[in-house]
Design a protein around this ligand. Structure first.
Ligand code: SF4
Length: 205
C-alpha cells in the first residue's frame, strides 16, 4: 500500500504518522521509522540515504558513526548542525543479518520512490533554501533518475524544492581506505564550506 502522508506542514504530525507507514516492506524488519530532525525554519536540509543500525535503535537520524563524522565536518566547515535539518531519503533501515550483526543494504529504486512522499512532505514543511544531497541514493531520490555522483559533486543545481548541492555521504569516508580517509574528509569539509559560503552570500544579497 502506498505511503499515506498527511497533508500538513507540521513536522510533529508527520513524524508521528511515519511510524505507521507500510508504504514498502522495510517497516517489517526495522525497529522503527526514523524521521528527519531539526528546526522547521532551517535554511538547509541535508539528506542522507537511510538510517543505520544505531539510528534504527535510537529512532534519530545521524547519531551513529557517520552522523558523528557529519557533525564534525559541519563544525570544521563553520556550519552549525543545529541549524541544519537532517533527514534520509528512506526512513526505515534496510539490512541483512550476518550472525549478530545487521549489515546495511542499499535501498532499491522501488523503496526510494515509495518513501519519497515523506521526503517531499519534509521539504514542504521546512521550505529550505539549500538542499545538501549526500550520496547517490539521496541524489537519485531528489532528481528521480539514476545518477553518478562524480560529475555532480560540489555543484549547485536548481530543484523545485530548493537549490540542490551534491556531495558524498559521510559513510563513504568511513569506508575509504585508511590512507585515503583524511583526504576524503578534507574534500567533504571543503564542499560543506562551499555550501556555507553560498548561504552567506545569499544572506548578504
Ligand atoms: S521505508 Fe518509507 S515507504 Fe517504506 S515503510 Fe518505511 S516510511 Fe514507509
Amino acid at each position: 500500500m502506498p505511503a499515506v502522508v498527511p497533508e500538513t506542514k507540521s513536522l510533529n504530525v508527520l513524524s508521528q504518522a511515519v511510524r505507521h507507514c507500510t508504504g514498502c516492506d522495510l517497516y517489517r524488519w526495522a525497529t522503527q521509522a526514523v524521521f528527519g530532525e531539526g528546526r522547521k525554519d532551517a535554511r538547509v536540509v541535508a539528506v542522507g540515504e537511510q538510517p543505520g543500525d544505531v539510528e534504527d535503535r535510537q529512532g534519530k537520524p545521524f547519531v551513529g558513526p557517520a552522523g558523528k563524522l557529519l557533525s564534525r565536518a559541519f563544525e570544521d566547515a563553520g556550519m552549525d548542525r543545529g541549524e541544519v535539518y537532517v533527514t534520509n531519503a528512506v526512513k526505515h533501515f534496510k539490512f541483512e543479518e550476518r550472525g549478530k550483526r545487521r549489515i546495511h543494504k542499499k535501498p532499491d529504486r522501488a523503496e526510494i520512490l515509495a518513501c519519497r512522499p515523506w521526503l517531499e512532505a519534509e521539504m514542504r514543511a521546512v521550505e529550505p533554501e539549500l538542499i545538501i544531497a549526500m550520496g547517490v541514493t539521496a541524489t537519485e531520490a531528489l532528481l528521480l533518475k539514476k545518477v553518478a555522483i562524480t560529475p555532480l559533486r560540489g555543484k549547485f543545481n536548481e530543484h523545485p524544492w530548493g537549490t540542490l548541492f551534491v556531495t558524498i555521504h559521510p559513510s563513504a569516508i568511513l569506508r575509504a581506505q585508511p590512507e585515503d580517509r583524511d583526504r576524503e574528509y578534507r574534500r567533504f569539509v571543503q564542499e560543506l564550506k562551499t555550501a556555507a559560503g553560498w548561504l552567506r552570500h545569499r544572506s548578504a544579497e
